[in-house]
Design a protein around this ligand. Structure first.
Ligand SMILES: Cc1cc2nc3c(=O)[nH]c(=O)nc-3n(C[C@H](O)[C@H](O)[C@H](O)COP(=O)(O)OP(=O)(O)OC[C@H]3O[C@@H](n4cnc5c(N)ncnc54)[C@H](O)[C@@H]3O)c2cc1C
Length: 427
């Protein structure tokens, strides 16, 4: 079979136009949403340490998100969701992640699926293909808004990471659907989420680039096994275990957006969900770390005196430097998210997303480290949140796009490479 990458290019174009989101940044509705997330963040603060220590899913947090209707945060109102734009989403995630970054990170995994579906302009696509696309979209979004279901992502693989063009998990067409065989790692919420978006390459496609498609599977499908290997330094409550898929049958209706081969073109053209979703999480973690540091320093005394350490000029200087770095990073993150709303899929937007991902991923561990230096020995205590922030912060630059890949992208963009071509990207 011939590579279908070229034939999906047209579909990607068609899916691009969709100014359907109703809650826009700056509106009262957006402010209300962000406030709701801020309130939830205070609740999350009370339980985050326990979930981290036990490395268990923050199920009470998910329940609260569900009760607040936030599982439909990205789903357009006409489908029964809240319909946030990308900047409002980023700000919501920033709030939700300040005390429990693992909650924010896994919530983002859910929104990667709903967000991609929500922004796909599908209604004007006609014929059998259009019917399949729209039925899929209605089913998936309906599962969230009507039945409170959650989605997770099963993309990464051992030895491959999130480099989609090198994926080893394969699928083939069979009567009524597809058969998938492969091995996924780092699947956050594996065992808790209701549905898993699995990326796989079509096995009978030749050419230098594989045909990558996405499928929705449920855990109780015969042939799926979970390997419980998750015992990590950071983001422990994401419980990102391994998934084995052996001759897993997926019916035709569970082919993502009813279309094969969307994977690589979509990643090259519109990487904002797979990359830019994380930036709100790590920005929130930066803010949570900064706020903790400030409160701690305000209470800490200069040894042998009643005077606070914040009277020391070098402390003010160090905190000031971090405040500037945080403000600059926030500006980059918001600017990139705003560009997604204004001109999704342009080189300028995609470059801004990569720049913001790099900035926030690098700031988070540096800020946590500096905060520990300023706060002193108690910073490593398991009874206080700073050591958890420090461990969680280390994960940002490892997630797609890794910090090195972000630099590569920004460099290539500046040097005039054609980054709309998958061959020029790191995927
Ligand atoms: C907490 C957490 C949760 C996760 N949850 C999920 C999930 O739910 N679903 C999922 O599918 N995945 C998930 N992942 C996996 C993640 O998406 C990445 O696939 C994974 O972190 C990559 O690890 P790796 O060892 O394969 O890194 P690699 O991709 O091998 O990268 C290692 C390093 O090599 C360098 N490098 C690699 N390629 C390039 C390049 N082309 N150019 C320049 N430098 C390069 C970079 O410095 C990089 O940091 C999660 C990861 C973490 C940490």
């Amino acid at each position: 079979m011939e590579n279908a990458i070229e034939s999906t290019e047209g579909l990607i174009e068609e899916l691009l136009e969709n100014p359907e989101q109703q809650i826009v940044d700056g509106s009262q509705a957006a402010r209300d949403l962000i406030l709701k997330c801020k309130q939830l963040n205070h609740k999350f603060a009370k339980r985050a340490a326990e979930y981290d220590q036990e490395a268990t899913w923050p199920v009470e947090h998910y329940e609260e998100l569900r009760k607040a209707g936030l599982l439909g945060l990205m789903i357009p109102q006409k489908f029964g969701g809240l319909g946030a734009d990308f900047l409002t989403y980023t700000k919501c995630l920033e709030q939700l992640s300040q005390n429990s970054a693992a909650t924010g990170l896994t919530f983002n995994m859910h929104n990667i699926t709903t967000g991609i579906l929500a922004e796909a302009a599908t209604e004007d696509i006609g014929g059998r293909r259009g019917r399949a696309i729209n039925e899929f979209k209605q089913w998936a979004l309906g599962e969230v808004v009507n039945n409170g279901k959650m989605f997770a992502s099963a993309n990464s693989e051992p030895g491959v990471g999130a480099h989609f063009s090198a994926l080893k998990t394969k699928y083939r067409k069979v009567e009524g659907g597809y058969l998938i065989n492969g091995y996924k790692m780092f699947v956050s919420m594996l065992g808790y989420a209701d549905y898993y978006t699995v990326a796989a390459r079509r096995e009978d496609v030749e050419g230098d680039l594989p045909q990558i498609s996405f499928f929705i599977v449920q855990l109780d499908t015969p042939g799926i096994e979970v390997e419980k290997v998750w015992d990590t330094m950071g983001m422990r409550a994401t419980v990102s275990n391994n998934m084995l898929l052996k001759d897993v049958f997926v019916p035709e209706e569970r082919l993502f957006l009813g279309s094969e081969g969307l994977g690589l073109s979509k990643l090259a053209r519109e990487p904002h969900w797979v990359i830019g979703g994380y930036v709100g999480v790590y920005l929130g973690l930066c803010q949570g770390t900064f706020d903790y540091m400030v409160k701690h320093l305000q209470k800490k005394k200069i040894p042998g005196t009643d005077r606070s350490v914040i009277e020391r000029e070098w402390v003010q200087h160090c905190v000031g430097k971090l405040a500037v770095d945080l403000a600059a990073t926030r500006a980059l993150v918001y600017q990139a998210a705003k560009l997604v709303d204004e001109q999704r899929g342009t080189l300028e937007t995609n470059t801004a997303i990569h720049c913001s991902k790099h900035a926030v991923s690098e700031l988070a561990p540096r800020l946590a480290s500096e905060a520990m230096r300023l706060c002193g020995g108690s910073g490593i205590s398991k009874r206080l949140p700073l050591e958890r922030f420090y461990r969680d912060a280390r994960c940002g630059g490892l997630m797609p796009a890794t910090s090195d890949e972000c630099l590569l992208y920004a460099g290539k963009a500046a040097l005039g490479f054609d980054l709309m071509s998958i061959r020029e990207t790191y995927w």
